[in-house]
Design a protein around this ligand. Structure first.
Ligand code: UD1
Ligand code: CA
Length: 457
Protein backbone atom coordinates (compact mmCIF):
# COMPACT_ATOMS: atom_id res chain seq x y z
CA UNK A 1 0.00 0.00 0.00
CA UNK A 2 1.05 3.60 -0.54
CA UNK A 3 0.78 5.89 2.47
CA UNK A 4 0.91 9.66 1.97
CA UNK A 5 1.02 11.82 5.07
CA UNK A 6 0.47 15.56 4.70
CA UNK A 7 2.68 17.56 7.01
CA UNK A 8 3.72 20.69 5.14
CA UNK A 9 1.40 23.16 6.85
CA UNK A 10 2.66 25.95 9.05
CA UNK A 11 0.85 25.37 12.32
CA UNK A 12 0.94 29.07 13.12
CA UNK A 13 -1.47 28.79 16.03
CA UNK A 14 0.92 26.47 17.89
CA UNK A 15 3.17 29.53 18.41
CA UNK A 16 6.23 27.34 18.45
CA UNK A 17 9.60 26.99 16.75
CA UNK A 18 8.97 23.26 16.60
CA UNK A 19 7.10 22.13 13.46
CA UNK A 20 3.56 21.14 14.41
CA UNK A 21 3.85 17.43 13.60
CA UNK A 22 6.86 17.11 15.93
CA UNK A 23 4.84 18.09 18.99
CA UNK A 24 4.34 15.04 21.14
CA UNK A 25 1.25 13.18 22.18
CA UNK A 26 1.86 10.44 24.76
CA UNK A 27 5.61 11.04 24.48
CA UNK A 28 5.87 10.58 20.69
CA UNK A 29 5.70 13.11 17.87
CA UNK A 30 2.26 13.27 16.28
CA UNK A 31 3.77 12.28 12.94
CA UNK A 32 5.25 9.16 14.52
CA UNK A 33 1.79 8.07 15.67
CA UNK A 34 0.39 8.49 12.15
CA UNK A 35 3.29 6.64 10.50
CA UNK A 36 3.06 3.83 13.06
CA UNK A 37 -0.69 3.31 12.72
CA UNK A 38 -0.71 3.48 8.92
CA UNK A 39 2.26 1.14 8.55
CA UNK A 40 0.73 -1.37 10.96
CA UNK A 41 -2.44 -1.41 8.86
CA UNK A 42 -0.46 -1.71 5.62
CA UNK A 43 1.62 -4.57 7.02
CA UNK A 44 -1.59 -6.39 7.99
CA UNK A 45 -2.88 -6.20 4.41
CA UNK A 46 0.31 -7.55 2.83
CA UNK A 47 2.18 -6.30 -0.22
CA UNK A 48 4.90 -3.67 -0.17
CA UNK A 49 4.47 -0.45 1.79
CA UNK A 50 5.66 2.94 0.63
CA UNK A 51 5.38 5.77 3.11
CA UNK A 52 5.78 9.31 1.78
CA UNK A 53 5.59 12.32 4.09
CA UNK A 54 4.96 15.69 2.44
CA UNK A 55 6.91 18.36 4.30
CA UNK A 56 7.24 22.11 3.88
CA UNK A 57 7.37 24.35 6.91
CA UNK A 58 10.21 23.19 9.17
CA UNK A 59 11.05 20.53 6.57
CA UNK A 60 14.63 20.01 7.69
CA UNK A 61 13.65 19.63 11.34
CA UNK A 62 11.02 17.05 10.46
CA UNK A 63 13.39 15.14 8.20
CA UNK A 64 16.07 15.13 10.89
CA UNK A 65 13.68 13.88 13.55
CA UNK A 66 13.02 10.79 11.40
CA UNK A 67 16.48 10.42 9.86
CA UNK A 68 16.93 6.94 11.35
CA UNK A 69 13.78 5.69 9.61
CA UNK A 70 14.80 4.07 6.34
CA UNK A 71 11.19 3.15 5.62
CA UNK A 72 9.91 6.72 5.30
CA UNK A 73 10.42 8.99 2.28
CA UNK A 74 10.13 12.75 2.42
CA UNK A 75 9.06 15.06 -0.38
CA UNK A 76 9.16 18.81 -0.20
CA UNK A 77 6.09 20.88 -1.04
CA UNK A 78 7.20 24.43 -1.66
CA UNK A 79 5.09 26.60 -1.79
CA UNK A 80 2.00 25.01 -0.20
CA UNK A 81 -0.83 25.36 -2.67
CA UNK A 82 -3.37 23.09 -0.99
CA UNK A 83 -3.96 19.48 -0.01
CA UNK A 84 -4.34 18.30 -3.62
CA UNK A 85 -1.08 19.98 -4.58
CA UNK A 86 0.53 18.33 -1.54
CA UNK A 87 -0.49 14.82 -2.58
CA UNK A 88 0.61 15.58 -6.16
CA UNK A 89 4.17 16.10 -4.86
CA UNK A 90 4.18 12.53 -3.58
CA UNK A 91 2.82 11.02 -6.82
CA UNK A 92 6.19 10.08 -8.43
CA UNK A 93 6.96 7.89 -5.41
CA UNK A 94 3.70 5.93 -5.47
CA UNK A 95 3.30 2.40 -6.78
CA UNK A 96 0.27 2.20 -9.09
CA UNK A 97 -0.26 -1.46 -8.31
CA UNK A 98 -1.51 -0.56 -4.83
CA UNK A 99 -4.05 1.91 -3.45
CA UNK A 100 -2.98 5.15 -1.79
CA UNK A 101 -4.08 6.09 1.70
CA UNK A 102 -3.84 9.79 2.54
CA UNK A 103 -3.57 10.94 6.16
CA UNK A 104 -2.70 14.14 7.99
CA UNK A 105 0.38 14.40 10.20
CA UNK A 106 -1.58 16.48 12.70
CA UNK A 107 -4.39 13.94 13.18
CA UNK A 108 -2.47 11.49 15.36
CA UNK A 109 -5.05 9.32 17.09
CA UNK A 110 -6.85 7.64 14.22
CA UNK A 111 -7.24 3.96 15.06
CA UNK A 112 -5.90 1.09 12.99
CA UNK A 113 -9.34 -0.57 13.08
CA UNK A 114 -10.91 2.56 11.61
CA UNK A 115 -8.42 2.63 8.74
CA UNK A 116 -9.11 -1.06 8.15
CA UNK A 117 -12.80 -0.29 7.93
CA UNK A 118 -12.14 2.55 5.48
CA UNK A 119 -9.98 0.34 3.25
CA UNK A 120 -12.47 -2.53 3.36
CA UNK A 121 -15.35 -0.17 2.59
CA UNK A 122 -13.51 1.39 -0.35
CA UNK A 123 -12.40 -1.86 -1.92
CA UNK A 124 -10.81 -0.95 -5.26
CA UNK A 125 -12.78 2.32 -5.39
CA UNK A 126 -12.50 5.54 -3.35
CA UNK A 127 -13.11 5.78 0.40
CA UNK A 128 -13.49 8.93 2.48
CA UNK A 129 -13.44 8.84 6.27
CA UNK A 130 -16.20 11.08 7.59
CA UNK A 131 -17.55 12.09 10.96
CA UNK A 132 -20.72 13.81 12.16
CA UNK A 133 -20.07 16.88 14.28
CA UNK A 134 -22.47 18.91 16.40
CA UNK A 135 -20.65 21.96 15.07
CA UNK A 136 -19.29 21.28 11.56
CA UNK A 137 -18.09 24.86 11.02
CA UNK A 138 -14.79 25.09 9.19
CA UNK A 139 -14.79 21.57 7.77
CA UNK A 140 -15.44 20.29 4.28
CA UNK A 141 -19.00 18.92 4.05
CA UNK A 142 -19.94 15.55 2.57
CA UNK A 143 -22.62 16.10 -0.06
CA UNK A 144 -24.73 12.97 -0.71
CA UNK A 145 -27.63 12.31 -3.07
CA UNK A 146 -31.13 11.08 -2.10
CA UNK A 147 -29.85 7.51 -1.99
CA UNK A 148 -27.01 8.41 0.32
CA UNK A 149 -24.30 8.14 -2.35
CA UNK A 150 -21.40 10.55 -1.89
CA UNK A 151 -21.39 13.13 -4.68
CA UNK A 152 -18.67 15.57 -3.69
CA UNK A 153 -17.03 17.44 -0.85
CA UNK A 154 -17.54 21.17 -0.51
CA UNK A 155 -15.26 23.30 1.62
CA UNK A 156 -16.75 25.65 4.22
CA UNK A 157 -15.67 28.72 2.28
CA UNK A 158 -17.26 27.48 -0.94
CA UNK A 159 -20.44 26.07 0.60
CA UNK A 160 -23.94 27.39 0.04
CA UNK A 161 -26.14 28.08 3.05
CA UNK A 162 -27.89 24.75 2.52
CA UNK A 163 -24.61 22.87 2.31
CA UNK A 164 -23.45 24.53 5.52
CA UNK A 165 -26.32 22.73 7.28
CA UNK A 166 -24.71 19.35 6.54
CA UNK A 167 -23.19 17.93 9.73
CA UNK A 168 -21.23 15.10 8.12
CA UNK A 169 -17.71 16.34 7.47
CA UNK A 170 -14.55 15.22 5.75
CA UNK A 171 -11.87 14.09 8.24
CA UNK A 172 -9.26 14.46 5.49
CA UNK A 173 -8.43 10.76 5.50
CA UNK A 174 -9.02 9.16 2.15
CA UNK A 175 -8.07 6.14 0.08
CA UNK A 176 -8.06 5.94 -3.71
CA UNK A 177 -6.79 3.73 -6.54
CA UNK A 178 -3.37 5.20 -7.30
CA UNK A 179 -3.47 5.37 -11.11
CA UNK A 180 -6.80 7.15 -11.11
CA UNK A 181 -5.76 9.42 -8.25
CA UNK A 182 -2.77 10.58 -10.31
CA UNK A 183 -5.01 11.48 -13.22
CA UNK A 184 -7.52 13.29 -11.03
CA UNK A 185 -4.80 15.27 -9.24
CA UNK A 186 -3.37 16.36 -12.58
CA UNK A 187 -6.76 17.84 -13.47
CA UNK A 188 -7.40 19.79 -10.26
CA UNK A 189 -8.00 23.50 -10.54
CA UNK A 190 -7.66 26.21 -7.93
CA UNK A 191 -10.73 28.06 -9.03
CA UNK A 192 -12.28 28.28 -5.56
CA UNK A 193 -12.63 30.60 -2.57
CA UNK A 194 -9.12 29.86 -1.27
CA UNK A 195 -7.40 29.52 -4.67
CA UNK A 196 -6.01 26.21 -3.53
CA UNK A 197 -5.77 22.82 -5.19
CA UNK A 198 -8.21 20.85 -3.08
CA UNK A 199 -7.65 17.12 -2.65
CA UNK A 200 -11.34 16.92 -1.86
CA UNK A 201 -12.17 17.75 -5.49
CA UNK A 202 -11.05 14.27 -6.58
CA UNK A 203 -14.30 12.97 -5.11
CA UNK A 204 -16.47 14.78 -7.68
CA UNK A 205 -14.10 13.60 -10.45
CA UNK A 206 -14.46 10.00 -9.31
CA UNK A 207 -18.23 10.28 -9.28
CA UNK A 208 -18.20 11.83 -12.77
CA UNK A 209 -16.23 8.82 -14.03
CA UNK A 210 -18.59 6.40 -12.36
CA UNK A 211 -16.11 5.34 -9.70
CA UNK A 212 -17.88 4.54 -6.46
CA UNK A 213 -17.02 6.71 -3.42
CA UNK A 214 -17.66 5.13 -0.04
CA UNK A 215 -18.21 7.56 2.81
CA UNK A 216 -17.18 5.62 5.89
CA UNK A 217 -18.08 7.15 9.26
CA UNK A 218 -15.52 7.07 12.08
CA UNK A 219 -16.80 5.46 15.28
CA UNK A 220 -16.03 8.48 17.43
CA UNK A 221 -14.93 12.04 16.77
CA UNK A 222 -11.89 11.81 19.07
CA UNK A 223 -9.84 9.79 16.63
CA UNK A 224 -10.38 12.27 13.82
CA UNK A 225 -9.40 15.34 15.85
CA UNK A 226 -6.62 17.45 14.43
CA UNK A 227 -4.26 19.70 16.32
CA UNK A 228 -3.99 23.37 15.49
CA UNK A 229 -3.31 24.86 18.93
CA UNK A 230 -1.78 23.98 22.27
CA UNK A 231 -5.27 23.62 23.74
CA UNK A 232 -6.13 20.98 21.12
CA UNK A 233 -2.79 19.27 21.74
CA UNK A 234 -3.65 19.02 25.44
CA UNK A 235 -7.12 17.72 24.57
CA UNK A 236 -5.65 14.96 22.39
CA UNK A 237 -3.12 14.13 25.08
CA UNK A 238 -6.04 13.39 27.42
CA UNK A 239 -7.69 11.23 24.76
CA UNK A 240 -4.45 9.30 24.27
CA UNK A 241 -3.99 8.88 28.03
CA UNK A 242 -7.55 7.68 28.53
CA UNK A 243 -6.87 5.01 25.89
CA UNK A 244 -3.56 4.06 27.53
CA UNK A 245 -5.18 3.79 30.96
CA UNK A 246 -7.96 1.63 29.55
CA UNK A 247 -5.41 -0.68 27.90
CA UNK A 248 -3.40 -1.04 31.11
CA UNK A 249 -6.57 -1.83 33.07
CA UNK A 250 -7.60 -4.34 30.38
CA UNK A 251 -4.24 -6.01 30.95
CA UNK A 252 -5.21 -6.39 34.61
CA UNK A 253 -3.61 -3.47 36.44
CA UNK A 254 -5.55 -1.51 39.05
CA UNK A 255 -5.24 2.25 38.62
CA UNK A 256 -6.17 4.37 41.63
CA UNK A 257 -7.40 6.98 39.14
CA UNK A 258 -7.21 6.47 35.37
CA UNK A 259 -7.45 10.25 34.93
CA UNK A 260 -4.19 10.64 36.83
CA UNK A 261 -2.05 8.19 34.92
CA UNK A 262 0.42 9.12 32.18
CA UNK A 263 2.14 6.74 29.81
CA UNK A 264 4.75 8.09 27.41
CA UNK A 265 6.05 4.83 26.07
CA UNK A 266 5.25 1.17 26.61
CA UNK A 267 4.09 -0.37 29.85
CA UNK A 268 3.63 -4.09 30.37
CA UNK A 269 1.99 -5.33 33.52
CA UNK A 270 1.60 -8.69 35.21
CA UNK A 271 -1.35 -9.74 37.34
CA UNK A 272 -2.44 -7.69 40.35
CA UNK A 273 -0.31 -4.65 39.69
CA UNK A 274 -1.46 -1.54 41.54
CA UNK A 275 -0.56 1.98 40.44
CA UNK A 276 -1.42 4.92 42.63
CA UNK A 277 -2.16 8.44 41.37
CA UNK A 278 0.06 10.80 39.39
CA UNK A 279 2.65 8.38 38.09
CA UNK A 280 4.44 8.96 34.80
CA UNK A 281 5.82 6.01 32.84
CA UNK A 282 8.32 6.66 30.06
CA UNK A 283 10.24 4.50 27.60
CA UNK A 284 9.83 0.79 28.21
CA UNK A 285 8.64 -0.23 31.64
CA UNK A 286 7.60 -3.67 32.82
CA UNK A 287 5.94 -4.38 36.14
CA UNK A 288 5.76 -8.04 37.14
CA UNK A 289 2.95 -9.68 39.12
CA UNK A 290 1.91 -7.93 42.29
CA UNK A 291 4.09 -4.84 41.89
CA UNK A 292 2.77 -1.80 43.74
CA UNK A 293 3.68 1.73 42.70
CA UNK A 294 3.01 4.54 45.15
CA UNK A 295 1.79 7.99 44.20
CA UNK A 296 3.82 10.58 42.28
CA UNK A 297 6.51 8.36 40.79
CA UNK A 298 8.38 8.87 37.53
CA UNK A 299 9.53 5.54 36.08
CA UNK A 300 11.51 5.36 32.84
CA UNK A 301 13.00 2.28 31.16
CA UNK A 302 12.77 -0.01 34.17
CA UNK A 303 11.97 -3.66 34.76
CA UNK A 304 10.50 -4.27 38.20
CA UNK A 305 10.21 -7.78 39.65
CA UNK A 306 7.28 -9.51 41.32
CA UNK A 307 5.76 -8.06 44.46
CA UNK A 308 8.28 -5.25 44.66
CA UNK A 309 6.88 -2.12 46.22
CA UNK A 310 7.86 1.35 45.03
CA UNK A 311 6.63 3.88 47.55
CA UNK A 312 5.65 7.44 46.72
CA UNK A 313 7.80 10.14 45.09
CA UNK A 314 10.44 7.92 43.52
CA UNK A 315 12.37 8.71 40.34
CA UNK A 316 13.54 5.51 38.70
CA UNK A 317 15.47 5.61 35.44
CA UNK A 318 17.09 2.69 33.66
CA UNK A 319 17.00 0.29 36.60
CA UNK A 320 16.40 -3.44 36.81
CA UNK A 321 14.87 -4.44 40.12
CA UNK A 322 14.29 -7.96 41.41
CA UNK A 323 11.41 -9.45 43.34
CA UNK A 324 10.18 -8.40 46.78
CA UNK A 325 12.32 -5.28 46.83
CA UNK A 326 11.26 -2.08 48.56
CA UNK A 327 12.10 1.27 47.04
CA UNK A 328 11.37 4.70 48.45
CA UNK A 329 9.69 6.86 49.39
CA UNK A 330 11.84 9.57 47.78
CA UNK A 331 14.42 7.28 46.19
CA UNK A 332 16.32 7.90 42.98
CA UNK A 333 17.70 5.14 40.77
CA UNK A 334 19.82 6.11 37.79
CA UNK A 335 20.73 4.18 34.64
CA UNK A 336 22.44 0.79 34.71
CA UNK A 337 21.49 0.09 38.28
CA UNK A 338 20.59 -3.49 39.06
CA UNK A 339 18.98 -4.39 42.34
CA UNK A 340 18.51 -8.06 43.15
CA UNK A 341 15.68 -9.60 45.17
CA UNK A 342 14.69 -8.10 48.50
CA UNK A 343 16.91 -5.06 48.20
CA UNK A 344 15.71 -2.03 50.18
CA UNK A 345 16.45 1.49 48.97
CA UNK A 346 15.01 4.08 51.30
CA UNK A 347 14.39 7.80 51.42
CA UNK A 348 16.85 10.23 49.89
CA UNK A 349 19.07 7.48 48.56
CA UNK A 350 20.57 7.80 45.07
CA UNK A 351 21.99 4.76 43.29
CA UNK A 352 23.82 5.05 39.98
CA UNK A 353 25.44 2.41 37.77
CA UNK A 354 25.66 -0.03 40.66
CA UNK A 355 24.68 -3.59 41.38
CA UNK A 356 23.29 -4.59 44.75
CA UNK A 357 22.93 -8.33 45.40
CA UNK A 358 20.10 -10.05 47.31
CA UNK A 359 18.96 -8.54 50.57
CA UNK A 360 21.24 -5.49 50.64
CA UNK A 361 19.91 -2.27 52.11
CA UNK A 362 20.55 1.46 51.87
CA UNK A 363 17.71 2.86 53.88
CA UNK A 364 18.50 6.51 54.42
CA UNK A 365 20.37 9.44 52.86
CA UNK A 366 23.09 7.72 50.85
CA UNK A 367 24.87 7.95 47.50
CA UNK A 368 25.96 4.72 45.85
CA UNK A 369 27.71 5.29 42.51
CA UNK A 370 29.73 2.86 40.37
CA UNK A 371 29.62 0.21 43.09
CA UNK A 372 29.39 -3.55 43.12
CA UNK A 373 27.67 -4.50 46.33
CA UNK A 374 27.37 -8.06 47.63
CA UNK A 375 24.52 -9.74 49.50
CA UNK A 376 23.02 -8.56 52.77
CA UNK A 377 25.18 -5.45 52.90
CA UNK A 378 23.96 -2.63 55.09
CA UNK A 379 24.83 0.80 53.79
CA UNK A 380 24.40 3.09 56.77
CA UNK A 381 22.61 6.42 56.83
CA UNK A 382 24.62 9.14 55.19
CA UNK A 383 27.13 6.81 53.52
CA UNK A 384 28.72 8.31 50.43
CA UNK A 385 30.53 6.29 47.81
CA UNK A 386 32.93 8.97 46.54
CA UNK A 387 33.26 7.65 43.00
CA UNK A 388 34.56 10.81 41.34
CA UNK A 389 37.99 12.30 41.93
CA UNK A 390 37.19 15.45 40.00
CA UNK A 391 38.45 14.00 36.73
CA UNK A 392 37.64 10.30 36.59
CA UNK A 393 35.14 7.89 38.05
CA UNK A 394 36.28 4.82 39.94
CA UNK A 395 34.67 1.61 41.14
CA UNK A 396 33.93 0.46 44.63
CA UNK A 397 33.48 -3.16 45.59
CA UNK A 398 31.68 -4.03 48.82
CA UNK A 399 31.66 -7.67 49.92
CA UNK A 400 28.76 -9.73 51.29
CA UNK A 401 27.46 -8.80 54.72
CA UNK A 402 29.61 -5.67 55.07
CA UNK A 403 28.19 -2.76 57.11
CA UNK A 404 29.10 0.86 56.62
CA UNK A 405 28.48 3.13 59.59
CA UNK A 406 26.53 6.35 59.43
CA UNK A 407 28.16 9.21 57.63
CA UNK A 408 31.04 7.19 56.23
CA UNK A 409 32.81 8.10 53.01
CA UNK A 410 34.25 5.33 50.85
CA UNK A 411 36.77 6.96 48.51
CA UNK A 412 36.96 5.00 45.25
CA UNK A 413 38.64 2.97 43.94
CA UNK A 414 38.30 0.90 47.08
CA UNK A 415 37.35 -2.56 48.26
CA UNK A 416 35.45 -3.27 51.44
CA UNK A 417 35.89 -6.93 52.36
CA UNK A 418 33.10 -9.35 53.17
CA UNK A 419 31.74 -8.96 56.68
CA UNK A 420 33.78 -5.76 57.26
CA UNK A 421 32.39 -2.95 59.39
CA UNK A 422 33.28 0.67 58.71
CA UNK A 423 32.87 2.78 61.84
CA UNK A 424 30.49 5.71 61.74
CA UNK A 425 32.02 8.93 60.48
CA UNK A 426 34.98 7.23 58.83
CA UNK A 427 36.56 8.38 55.62
CA UNK A 428 38.27 5.31 54.19
CA UNK A 429 40.70 5.61 51.31
CA UNK A 430 42.44 2.23 51.44
CA UNK A 431 41.24 -1.35 51.38
CA UNK A 432 38.96 -2.22 54.29
CA UNK A 433 39.83 -5.77 55.41
CA UNK A 434 37.16 -8.44 55.60
CA UNK A 435 35.60 -9.30 58.92
CA UNK A 436 37.21 -6.44 60.86
CA UNK A 437 36.09 -3.10 62.25
CA UNK A 438 37.86 -0.24 60.50
CA UNK A 439 37.60 3.24 61.94
CA UNK A 440 39.16 6.24 60.22
CA UNK A 441 38.25 9.32 62.16
CA UNK A 442 39.88 11.57 64.77
CA UNK A 443 39.94 9.90 68.18
CA UNK A 444 37.47 11.26 70.70
CA UNK A 445 39.21 13.16 73.50
CA UNK A 446 37.83 14.80 76.62
CA UNK A 447 39.71 17.77 78.20
CA UNK A 448 39.19 17.42 81.86
CA UNK A 449 38.78 20.59 83.92
CA UNK A 450 38.27 22.67 80.76
CA UNK A 451 36.40 25.93 81.42
CA UNK A 452 33.96 27.40 78.98
CA UNK A 453 34.89 31.08 78.24
CA UNK A 454 32.62 33.69 79.84
CA UNK A 455 31.68 37.10 78.49
CA UNK A 456 33.93 40.01 79.62
CA UNK A 457 32.06 42.58 81.67
C1 UD1 B 1 -9.01 20.06 5.08
C2 UD1 B 1 -10.02 19.54 4.05
C3 UD1 B 1 -11.42 19.58 4.66
C4 UD1 B 1 -11.46 18.79 5.93
C5 UD1 B 1 -10.37 19.26 6.91
C6 UD1 B 1 -10.28 18.31 8.07
C7 UD1 B 1 -9.21 20.12 1.82
C8 UD1 B 1 -9.30 21.06 0.70
N1 UD1 B 1 -9.97 20.37 2.88
O1 UD1 B 1 -9.32 21.40 5.32
O2 UD1 B 1 -12.36 19.07 3.74
O3 UD1 B 1 -12.74 18.89 6.55
O4 UD1 B 1 -9.08 19.26 6.25
O5 UD1 B 1 -9.39 18.84 9.01
O6 UD1 B 1 -8.49 19.13 1.73
N2 UD1 B 1 -1.31 20.58 4.04
C9 UD1 B 1 -0.16 20.43 3.30
N3 UD1 B 1 0.05 21.23 2.22
C10 UD1 B 1 -0.86 22.16 1.85
C11 UD1 B 1 -2.05 22.31 2.59
C12 UD1 B 1 -2.25 21.49 3.67
O7 UD1 B 1 0.69 19.60 3.63
O8 UD1 B 1 -0.59 22.85 0.85
C13 UD1 B 1 -1.54 19.71 5.20
C14 UD1 B 1 -1.60 20.47 6.50
O9 UD1 B 1 -0.32 20.52 7.13
C15 UD1 B 1 -2.57 19.65 7.33
C16 UD1 B 1 -3.50 19.05 6.28
O10 UD1 B 1 -2.80 19.10 5.06
O11 UD1 B 1 -1.96 18.59 7.99
C17 UD1 B 1 -4.82 19.76 6.18
O12 UD1 B 1 -4.58 21.10 5.89
P1 UD1 B 1 -5.52 22.24 6.46
O13 UD1 B 1 -5.06 23.53 5.95
O14 UD1 B 1 -5.66 22.08 7.92
O15 UD1 B 1 -6.89 21.86 5.74
P2 UD1 B 1 -8.30 22.49 6.01
O16 UD1 B 1 -8.43 23.73 5.29
O17 UD1 B 1 -8.56 22.48 7.48
CA1 CA C 1 -7.26 21.85 9.48
Amino acid sequence: MNIVILAAGLGKRMRSRLPKVLHCVAGRPMLDHVIGTAQAVAAGRGGPTRTVVVIGHGAEQVRRAFSDRGDVDFVLQQPQLGTGHAVAQAVPRLDEAWPTLVLYGDVPLVRAETLQRLLDGAGSAVGVLTVRLADPTGYGRIVRDWHGNVLRIVEQKDASDDEKQIDEVNTGILVAPTGKLKAWLARLSNDNAQQEYYLTDVVAQAVAEGVRVAGIAAADADETLGVNSKAQLAQLERVAQARAAAAVMDAGATLADPARFDLRGELTVGADVFIDVNCVFEGRVSLADGVRIGPNCVIRDCAIGSRTEVQGFCHLDGATIGANARIGPFARLRPTTTLADEVHIGNFVEVKNSQLADGSKANHLAYVGDATVGRNVNIGAGTIVANYDGANKHRTVIGDDAHTGSNSVLVAPITVGAGATVGAGSTVTREVPAGQLTVARAKQVTIRGWKRPVKKK
